[in-house]
Design a protein around this ligand. Structure first.
Ligand code: FES
Ligand SMILES: [Fe+2]
Length: 272
């Protein structure tokens, strides 16, 4: 598998009349390894960036990069190609015609990553260049803001230490129900996993707060008909069985929920 675009690692392989409408420079507060993960992760686009993408469907992916359809009719697509160890190019196509070519360069700066992006578009009149450039800069600022927040949270989760205890006393059950009814978040840690208490109707339940896919924040998902949907890639989990019920290809599963018992009116959580 490789890019469909011939000579995809070259600049302007279709010999278009490209105009550089803008450049974007920024230091991302996440290490280079997180940024490359993010670049190759096509699956977050319609979920993390839900305000910027309304349709994404995978065509192919590999170490070379990825290609996604941008509409259900398959008349448009985006192809991202790794061009070198520190650069990649994203090209969009409509009806087989290339409509953009965006080059990004990544440079490690201690625990951060400097990015430089150059936006090249075909057929842009001089008079429109600034306006089109501003649109691209607005879009990329939003995308990188969202990406940076995800990368930083994932990096923190990868490096944090959590309690190894196998049970804990969460306090009076009456108080816990009142706090949850008041939309207060109640979390606790067992065996180096983090859990959150919720009210599912009248029932008290506990579920993992860290998504087993890539450590996304399940505490930010709403519990809907017994399902949790992770905001990063849209994976959905049955909160009782822990099974991932969407997408079909997912193989991850939530860690077993702890047992919740009452002891002298207090709620005790015990790892299973
Ligand atoms: S981290 Fe990917 S779906 Fe949760
Ligand atoms: Fe992204």
């Amino acid at each position: 598998m490789s890019a469909n675009q011939p000579n995809a690692r070259d600049f302007n392989p279709n010999a278009l009349d490209l105009c550089q409408v803008a450049t974007y420079d920024r230091v991302i507060r996440a290490p280079l390894v997180r940024v490359w993960e993010n670049v190759l992760d096509w699956e977050h686009l319609p979920y993390l960036h839900e305000t910027s993408f309304d349709y994404i469907e995978l065509d192919e992916r590999g170490e070379w990069g990825w290609r996604t359809w941008s509409n259900a009719e398959h008349t448009g697509h985006v192809e991202l190609t790794v061009a070198s160890k520190d650069s990649y190019v994203a090209r969009s196509y409509h009806d087989r015609k290339q409509v953009s070519e965006i080059w990004s360069t990544l440079t490690a700066e201690e625990d951060n990553t400097r990015i430089h992006v150059a936006f090249h578009l075909p057929g842009i009149a001089d008079a429109d260049r600034e306006q089109v450039g501003d649109l691209m800069l607005g879009l990329y600022t939003t995308l990188w803001d969202e990406d940076e927040a995800m990368m930083r949270e994932r990096h923190e989760r990868l490096n944090e230490s959590r309690d190894a205890q196998s049970n804990c006393d969460l306090g009076p059950a009456v108080d816990i129900r009142a706090r949850l009814a008041n939309n207060e978040e109640i979390r606790f840690q067992l065996k180096r996993r983090e859990f959150q208490l919720r009210l599912d109707g009248e029932n008290l339940i506990a579920h993992a707060t860290i998504c087993p896919h890539l450590l996304g924040p399940l505490d930010q998902s709403t519990l809907n008909q017994g399902r949790l949907r992770c905001p990063w890639h849209g994976y959905e989990f049955d909160v009782r069985s822990g099974e991932c019920v969407f997408p079909e290809h997912a193989t991850c599963k939530l860690p077993a929920s702890p047992e919740l018992e009452l002891s002298n009116g207090n709620l005790i959580a015990t790892s299973r």
